[in-house]
Design a protein around this ligand. Structure first.
Ligand SMILES: Cc1cc2nc3c(=O)[nH]c(=O)nc-3n(C[C@H](O)[C@H](O)[C@H](O)COP(=O)(O)OP(=O)(O)OC[C@H]3O[C@@H](n4cnc5c(N)ncnc54)[C@H](O)[C@@H]3O)c2cc1C
Length: 495
């Protein structure tokens, strides 16, 4: 029996009984990255075959809100309409900090430079965006408004590294329906081109020729293995591995604390594409990283409260993006996390995350006792916080003055945000190491001929939970999916 973790070794070309199908470019996976790769490879004049394991297009991309991270270059229409003259440098600086110590400078530079052109490409495919701005701090709005801050741009330390600018673009659709909207448009665009689409087709193995070149793959269709030859290249766009708990255990075990039912994505986010690339000697990077969210706001006022751990200590500036907050919650020693509010800030929380009242108190001491926190811990935390808040600052964590308020009005309440008790969704960010062109690299940083990857199958723009911002994944999947399609479509065919 094969395991669900190891590299999937390629089949030597010499063992192919006969080619069932020949094409220029094979794209594996019909989500956002695969669709964009197929469109662009076809635009280069290549014959393209698109293989998708499920019975329709979409993948995790169809489940998403399709917020897309775009800007720089003086601003997108929505940014400019709202007075944000975004610069490419500011966008690049933000993305570099968001990418953490292993940020990919080449990918960041290309993405920032071409972000406006990418916006125009998406609209040329049929996507529409309004030019309206949602100023209130929220996660996803249900109107068809467009622009919002979807990261930690205004929060410390990002606001010191780059001029803050909102870059999250929600398409012009009501409700949380951006993903289906994006996928319907991209699917129509793929269908308009000479792309041979196969559904219910599970890619099992790559095929390796001379000089370790990837020359095709084995796909299971109608209970039979078919051997498909790719003259120019194979583009892996088969998603991440959030749904493979064995891979999570090996590579990103911190997420096991959240429970397997907290992984979000489609059932085929099982890491097959990454393992196919590993078998072809592809290196992986940032496999331990993932997006994890504590969606404790809206209401926006909750951001003015403080989050404390089991020791009654703050550990983050609460105005950060909810994914950065989630990342830091997971770094606390114990699972206990409370959101502490005073009477001024108290409102009913969002029902869907399951946040319940953990305790109340006429005084901080009473609340501390009710929460079973070490004596004086919460009292000391609030004393220090309120002392500085009275002067509009937070020297400990650098919270933006916009969200600072002394917690000193009336009685106190704490909501339970503990790990294991409320909704902390997560997905993975690690994947194959690639160049901006989508070419897959081995552990010596050498290109593996004939092999490309994009989207969550690769490690692209979003690299850390600490710096994740909504829109980076769909931005990355669509943009670098296109780059991989262009590269494979223009590759010199092998003999
Ligand atoms: C609820 C939710 C909301 C999100 N909202 C946003 C958002 O607003 N903005 C944002 O930037 N990101 C968002 N994300 C993240 C984003 O959706 C994903 O990172 C992104 O869609 C990944 O795109 P992809 O093309 O790499 O993978 P996918 O869209 O998952 O496509 C991969 C495809 O490969 C197929 N496949 C897998 N294995 C095989 C195989 N062996 N053979 C053939 N086919 C195979 C799968 O069936 C799938 O169709 C969200 C994620 C979730 C879960």
């Amino acid at each position: 029996m094969t395991d669900r973790i190891s590299a999937i070794d390629p089949l030597p070309e010499s063992k192919v009984p006969a080619w069932d199908l020949e094409t220029d470019v094979i794209v594996v996976g019909f989500g956002a990255a695969g669709a964009c790769a197929a469109i662009e490879a076809s635009e280069q004049g290549a014959d393209v075959t698109l293989l998708e394991v499920s019975s329709g297009s979409g993948g995790t991309s169809a489940l998403s809100s399709s917020e897309i991270y775009m800007g720089g270059n003086g601003g997108t229409p929505a940014q400019r309409a709202n007075g944000f003259e975004d610069t490419t440098e500011a966008m690049r600086d933000y993305l570099m900090m968001a990418g953490g110590p292993n940020a990919d400078a080449a990918k960041v530079a290309l993405y920032a430079e071409q972000s406006l052109a990418h916006y125009q490409w998406l609209t040329s495919q049929g996507m529409e965006f309004n030019t309206t701005f949602v100023a209130e701090k929220t996660i996803i709005h249900l109107t068809d408004d467009c622009l919002l801050f979807t990261g930690s741009e205004e929060a410390y330390p990002f606001n010191e590294a780059a001029t803050p600018c909102p870059r999250g673009h929600k398409p012009k659709v009501e409700g949380d329906t951006g993903g289906p909207y994006l996928i319907n448009i991209l699917t129509e665009q793929v269908k308009k081109r000479a792309v041979d689409i196969h559904f219910d087709s599970r890619v099992r193995t790559l095929i390796r020729g001379a000089q370790r070149r990837i020359v095709g793959l084995v796909v299971r269709e109608e209970s039979k293995d078919r051997y498909v030859r790719a003259r120019r290249g194979v583009v892996l766009c088969a998603g991440g591995f959030a749904m493979n708990q064995e891979m999570i255990k090996r590579y990103a075990p911190q997420f096991l604390r959240l429970g397997s039912d907290r992984a979000i994505g489609n059932p085929f986010d099982d890491g097959t594409g990454i393992r196919l690339g590993m078998g072809a000697t592809g290196a992986t990077t940032n496999m331990h990283e993932g997006f994890v969210s504590l969606p404790f706001y809206p209401p926006a006022n909750f951001v003015k409260g403080i989050l404390v751990n089991a020791q009654g200590q703050r550990f983050i500036n609460e105005d950060c993006y909810h994914g950065r907050v989630g990342h830091f919650c997971l770094r606390q020693r114990d699972d206990t996390i409370y959101l502490v509010l005073d009477q001024d800030l108290y409102e009913k929380p969002n029902e869907y995350i399951g946040m319940t009242l953990a305790g109340t108190g006429e005084t901080v001491a009473e609340l501390e006792q009710e929460l079973d926190l070490p004596e004086k811990s919460l009292q000391a935390t609030l004393e220090v916080f309120n002392h500085h808040a009275a002067q509009g600052c937070d020297p400990l964590f650098g919270k933006n003055p916009k969200y600072i308020k002394a917690l000193d009005q009336g009685s106190y309440a704490a909501f339970d945000c503990s790990i294991g008790k409320i909704y902390y969704p997560y997905f993975t960010l690690g994947g194959l190491d690639t160049l901006p062109t989508g070419e897959v690299l081995d552990s010596d940083q050498q290109i593996i001929p004939g092999l490309y990857a994009a989207g969550r199958n690769a490690c692209g723009l979003p690299r850390t939970g600490a710096g994740y911002s909504s829109g980076m994944s769909i931005g990355d999947a669509t943009f670098f999916g296109r780059q991989a399609g262009i590269s494979a479509g223009n590759a010199v065919p092998h003999a």
